[in-house]
Design a protein around this ligand. Structure first.
Ligand SMILES: Cc1cc2nc3c(=O)[nH]c(=O)nc-3n(C[C@H](O)[C@H](O)[C@H](O)COP(=O)(O)OP(=O)(O)OC[C@H]3O[C@@H](n4cnc5c(N)ncnc54)[C@H](O)[C@@H]3O)c2cc1C
Length: 475
């Protein structure tokens, strides 16, 4: 591999940072990877806990972008398994399959609820003939498309509970993405014709999921090792002090704090950390810092892991806890992703909740979670004595929250970032996106390419379209 004697520093060894580093090395750059944790993989990492392999909430790889599926396979030592994902929703107290089939939903909801759903739906539609109903928020969009009852039942109350804010404050763009093509008329149409419309961007389109038999993080650790073996440097447990930028907006170096205290001179920087952390490290003078903080917030996630003294909890990979009686928003079972992640006689379930650092639960340790875990699992018939061990995994800034007006706030931030020609902010958190690992990898590799081709501004304008274009490439 030829060396062009230029150095690319990548901050973050998650899926996007690793992919950026991998491609930079292939193109002949010296690579230095800075990671604050002691292991590679970011939120797609896995850890060993006693006899279990634990992800930060099980992460299945969506195999829809061939170029990156090939990279995943190349770094899996033949251990990447195809998995047939099973998912359930608890909207009422009885489970429904997911993606939801109209026939199943109709029988699940019962006669009275179905009549109310239809009544509210037609009421909304008739009203819309006479007055223009605004669709400026998640709530307005949902109620107009589904009628109040169906919207509240399936989407509205869940979204408010999960994000802990009013659905009136959530962007309509998010509603368009998350409630894809689905209106009640669409549902009725699909019931009559059996034709299901699918949104190209929707994750409901994923046909192939993959998982490494020893935890998905193995793939990323193996990528990190390959980068090191080819001469790259990876600094774990790294604490960045600041990023030095010259008066003409060019990055010159990065200062690290102890224990790796040093000054790293670099030609390019690829940052995959939350964009507001980059602003702080580089002391970037933003046009509207307040707008950035209020309109582009991240929330934290706690995954509460519970070891059960039984072989299996259910056969599902993910169970969505939509009904208001639940505290957690999703439940998953690590063993169902790979049997090797747990022992034969025990299983591990993971319960997710989105929190703020002001919420007292954010700081709770193991047994403090017991009451909530027992209540939730009790619904499924789990007895308290079956719950052997409980511990939380905390993930800071794990969910970008898409508030109304976030698009223009994000554009302002990216416009400000565009003036730095040798820095790119990418990945799920560098671009304020809710993408999955495959797209995070695309954004890593393409972020590197646009950066070194001097097309930073175009990357910020194009980043969503880039992911879709990559999916369509057959290679
Ligand atoms: C609960 C949950 C479940 C998910 N499930 C799935 C799933 O099943 N399938 C899927 O495909 N995707 C899933 N995702 C999304 C997936 O986690 C992301 O798409 C992916 O991890 C994004 O990769 P990234 O590299 O952009 O960010 P990250 O994975 O967050 O990587 C960023 C890296 O930067 C490091 N870092 C942060 N700050 C600093 C700093 N100051 N200095 C140095 N390093 C720093 C972090 O430690 C991390 O390693 C899930 C996400 C969440 C929150």
């Amino acid at each position: 591999m030829s060396n062009n004697h230029q150095t690319v520093v990548v901050i973050g060894a998650g899926p996007s940072g690793l992919t950026a580093a991998y491609y930079a090395q292939e193109a002949g750059y010296n690579v230095i990877l800075l990671e604050k944790m002691n292991v590679a993989g970011g939120k797609g990492g896995s850890r060993k806990y006693k006899e279990f392999i634990v992800d930060f909430g099980p992460h299945a790889y969506h195999a829809i972008t061939k170029e990156f599926t090939d990279i995943m396979e190349k770094h899996s030592n033949g251990k990447l398994l195809d998995i047939k994902i099973k998912q359930k929703l608890y909207i009422t107290k009885k489970p429904i399959g997911y993606p939801m089939q109209i026939q199943e939903a109709v029988s699940n909801f019962g006669l009275r609820l179905n009549i109310k759903i239809l009544y509210d739906f037609f009421k909304a539609k008739i009203k819309s003939i006479f007055i223009k109903i605004p669709k400026n928020s998640f709530k307005q969009f949902g109620e107009a498309n589904f009628g109040k009852t169906l919207y509240d039942l399936c989407f509205g109350r869940y979204t408010e509970r999960v994000f802990r804010c009013s659905a009136n404050e959530i962007s309509v763009e998010y509603a368009r993405r998350k409630l894809p093509n689905a209106s009640l008329l669409g549902f009725i149409f699909s019931l009559l014709t059996k034709i299901q419309t699918r949104d190209k961007e929707s994750y409901l389109n994923v046909r192939r999921y993959m998982y490494h038999e020893n935890g998905i993080g193995n793939v990323f650790e193996s990528m990190a090792k390959a980068i090191k073996d080819r001469g790259g440097e990876t600094i774990y447990n790294c604490k960045i002090k600041d990023i030095v930028i010259s008066e003409d907006n060019l990055l010159t170096s990065i200062n690290l704090e102890l224990p790796n205290k040093r000054n790293i001179k670099c030609d390019y920087l690829i940052s995959t950390i939350p964009f507001d952390d980059l602003v702080d490290y580089a002391n970037i003078d933003m046009t509207n810092k307040n707008l950035m903080k209020t309109k582009l917030p991240f929330k934290h996630v706690v995954v509460v892991n519970a070891v059960l003294n039984r072989k299996q909890f259910s056969e599902n990979h993910w169970t969505y806890l939509v009904n208001e009686q639940f505290y957690f928003n999703r439940l998953s079972e690590q063993k169902n992703f790979s049997i090797k992640c747990a022992t034969k006689d025990k299983t591990l379930v993971m319960l997710e909740v989105i929190l703020d650092s002001r919420d007292e639960e954010w700081k709770w340790e193991g047994e403090q979670w017991r009451e909530k875990v027992e209540k939730e699992l009790g619904f499924f018939g789990i007895k308290s004595k079956e719950i052997e061990d409980i511990w939380p995994t905390r993930m800071e800034k794990a969910y970008p929250i898409f508030l109304t007006g976030y698009e223009s706030a994000k554009k302002k931030v990216l416009d400000d970032f565009s003036k730095f020609k040798n820095i790119i902010s990418t990945g799920r958190y560098g671009l304020f996106l809710d993408v999955n690992m495959h797209d995070a990898m695309v954004l890593g590799s393409e972020g590197f390419r646009y950066l070194t081709e001097n097309k930073v501004e175009e990357f910020y304008k194009d980043h969503k379209a880039i992911c879709i274009r990559k999916r369509d490439q057959k290679n």
